[in-house]
Design a protein around this ligand. Sequence first.
Ligand SMILES: *Cc1c(COP(=O)(O)O)cnc(C)c1O
Length: 366
Amino acid sequence: MEQRCQCGEPIEFEYQKGEVRKPGSVWNRYREFYGFDISESYSLGEGDTSLTSLNKLSSELGIELFAKNETTNPTWSFKDRGTFLGVQQAAKNDFSKIGTVSTGNMAVSVAAYGARFDLDTHIMVSKDIDKVKLSQIGVYGPKIYRVDGDYGDLYFRSLEVGKSKEVYFINSDDPYRVEGYKTIGFEIAEEMVPDHILIPTSSGGLFRGIVKSFMELKKSGIIQRLPEFTAVQGEGCSPIYYAYKEERDEISHVKEKNTFAKAIANPYPPSGNEVLRKLKQLDGNCVSVCDGEIISSQKELASEGIFAQPAGCVGIAAAKKLKDNERIEEGEKVVSIITGSGLKVRSGEFKGSQITDLNIDELETI
Ligand SMILES: *Cc1c(COP(=O)(O)O)cnc(C)c1O
């Protein structure tokens, strides 16, 4: 199960053609769009989230704005769609150990599915992770490592160590993870093909999955045109946005991580160059939004009944910006992906997770 090309770029499954087979779960309806078999055993009911019209914001902006509300997934973020596929394929390929590198939603998601599939689960978090987050991961009982080192580098180091230790690291843009995220695009397209889709972007895995789903639908003749795809980053950690703005083909490693949208603060996104290529190929767009814009958007979303975490709100902030500079036109249909819940769940009980403090150079001791 190769995860990256020798050239350093991510690996991607071949583009599929298919038809949507109704009714059924997402894994059943879209099965023809997968080049491998998917079993529904151990599914926790990923996806089939609602596309909710945001009435107040729509009339304020003069557009038709919708929220693809991913907060209702089994662990309250879209990550579950990709985690389920990744963990399932790791188990099918006889891995007894899985892992991930994350401080937030992905750690929680992989910990949950690791428990569900009964696998030995290794979660690498950053050294300064707060207690509430730690307990939200710890409740599922994985092995937790607090690692001292750069988060961008940890992605690559974990894949190396995973190879030698036979741990399948289902990181942010793992090929199966990206395949799982396609279901978001398929679900949206069952209801409409919007003019714009606004995608909170960190590693780039989510962006790639959504773009791939629409390209496959077009290739299959199910839709005739693609939406315009916008990657949205948080000002203060926006390496993809910087490269896009300067018309570079490659991202550079940013040092600072100063955004309120912590869940999308990746200083060296592993799919960053691929996102840039897709933006160029499809004439997409990239914007960054500041903390003030994110906080107002969070309140506005709440006024429509949806409580999202800061990273989940950046698309709403971007919608305003893009309407202001006329990249989004009057009356257009816009979908913002609300990637994760704002609920600060009361921390769960520790199920006796073993917590180890490591320096990034000591990773092979896992
Ligand atoms: C992971 C995550 C993202 C970004 O996804 P990538 O695939 O890393 O680009 C956006 N929002 C939230 C809430 C997330 O947890």
